[in-house]
Write a protein that binds this ligand. Structure first.
Ligand code: C2E
Ligand code: MN
Ligand code: MN
Length: 405
């Protein structure tokens, strides 16, 4: 079995293009020793490389490339397996798009490939090569700002810290994490995340509740989220809460209970957003429809949480369009390094733009992720890069500021 990996990278700032031949020479013998074959395409700024060989060797070499300062912005585009190599000569053959026309380069790549069997023109390897040679891959990849051109300045003006729960004998607590619009310096919403009486995770909290009382506890716990919002004085900011959809379906009069809690704490329904996860909506869609109608007619907003983590995917949006969609951290993490994640994210952004749904990227931890996501058109972010959840309070928010270099 042959493992195939295709990546794209940019020439590192420390690398002299005139040293390219030298680099290729060194790589050629190194790759041959690893039983790796493949080609390297260079257009003056970007590389596209096809690596193929034993899985272990390909992985080891790709790790090296990721740490090599001569390669910048390395993005994995494809991993696949094949019965045979697409390029039979061990080592690496360079195709320089600066010295020949796209048509000529494509022709020489075809000659270099074991085309008769493997480099079929309907195969993905061939298509990736062709779109790189023609430059059409750029249509999908907007220029982004340099991660190094930003620094993050913490703003503590909203910080509210509380030594403990608001009231004695509180059955649960809440932590607050802001969702922000970094380039406008605005807070989109505060999300209330449940904590156990000892400050433990949502899992800890729900594990202590008997199964038959989970929905009731979930719904009634929201009183403490609204009480916290009141104490903090969230003003006209929005408050996002998490609910199991069945907490709205199984408890009689659930939406009225929620409305009561909201008004009792001096909030209005229009500033509250209920987040439910993708999987929950799908598994109980018919029952949940009534709850959605009630929530929406009361003025409460709806968000789909953890989108992309479940099995529904885009087909969910054919049934139901929320005001807000939160993209799961599993898609966001290292998105700047991963072509398939990028293509999926672009599709979600495009789809939501057509439906006027606002998109939030969840779990953003790295500047590189944020820069890529901004370029892809996302404006709302949640994650440790900007703010961590604060128990019984509001955390400092780190806002990006452009630095002159
Ligand atoms: P969620 O609604 O998707 O909330 C975001 C979770 O990701 C939170 O974990 C938050 O602390 C974490 N997070 C935020 N930014 C980052 C980041 O940059 N990196 C990483 N690694 N994590 C980040 P938490 O508080 O443990 O909540 C987990 C889940 O528990 C929530 O996911 C939500 O689905 C559920 N949950 C929270 N509160 C409630 C509630 O009141 N009722 C119900 N039914 N579920 C709740
Ligand atoms: Mn949530
Ligand atoms: Mn989530």
């Amino acid at each position: 079995m042959i493992s195939t990996l295709i990546y794209r990278s940019r020439l590192g700032p420390s690398f002299e293009p005139s040293k390219l031949e030298e680099l290729v020479c060194v790589s050629q013998s190194r790759n041959a020793a690893l039983k790796i074959s493949g080609i390297l395409l260079f257009d003056g700024t970007h590389f596209l490389q096809v690596l193929e060989g034993p899985l272990e060797s390909v992985n080891r070499l790709y790790d090296k490339i990721n740490q090599d300062p001569r390669h910048d912005s390395v993005v994995e585009l494809m991993r696949d397996y094949a019965p045979k190599r697409h390029f039979e000569n061990l080592g690496m053959t360079l195709f320089d798009l600066r010295s020949d026309s796209p048509r000529t380069v494509l022709r020489s790549v075809i000659v270099a490939g074991a085309l008769k069997f493997n480099l079929a023109s309907d195969g993905r390897v061939y298509k990736f090569i062709k779109s790189f040679i023609r430059g059409s891959w750029r249509d999908q990849n907007l220029p982004q700002s340099e991660p190094a051109s930003w620094c993050f300045v913490p703003d503590r003006s909203l910080v509210r810290a509380s030594p403990g729960p608001l009231f004695v004998d509180q059955p649960c607590q809440f932590a607050i994490q802001p969702i922000v619009e970094p380039l406008r310096g605005q807070i989109s919403s505060f999300e209330a995340l449940i904590r156990s009486p000892g400050g433990g995770s949502p899992q800890d909290y729900f594990a202590s509740i008997p199964a038959e009382r989970i929905h009731e506890a979930d719904l009634l716990s929201k009183e403490w989220a609204f009480a916290l919002a009141k104490k903090i004085g969230i003003g006209s900011h929005k408050l996002s809460i998490n609910l199991l959809p069945m907490s709205l379906v199984n408890i009689p009069g659930a939406v009225d209970i929620l409305l009561d809690q909201i008004t009792r704490n001096g909030l209005v329904p229009e500033q509250v957003i209920v987040e439910v996860t993708e999987d929950e909506v799908i598994s109980g869609y018919d029952e949940f429809t009534t709850a959605i109608m009630q929530l929406r007619s009361a003025g409460i907003g709806l968000a789909i949480d953890d989108f992309g983590a479940g099995f529904a995917g885009l087909s969910l949006l054919t049934k139901f369009q929320p005001g807000e969609l939160k993209i799961d951290r599993s898609i966001i993490t290292d998105i700047h390094l991963h072509g398939p994640k990028q293509a999926i994210l672009n599709a979600i952004v495009k789809c939501c733009a057509g439906l006027e749904i606002s998109v939030v990227a969840e779990g953003v931890e790295k500047v590189e992720e944020w820069c890529w996501l901004e370029a892809a058109g996302i404006k709302h972010f949640q994650g440790y890069l900007f703010a961590r959840p604060a128990l019984n309070g509001v955390p400092a928010i780190s806002w990006p500021v452009k630095v002159r270099r």
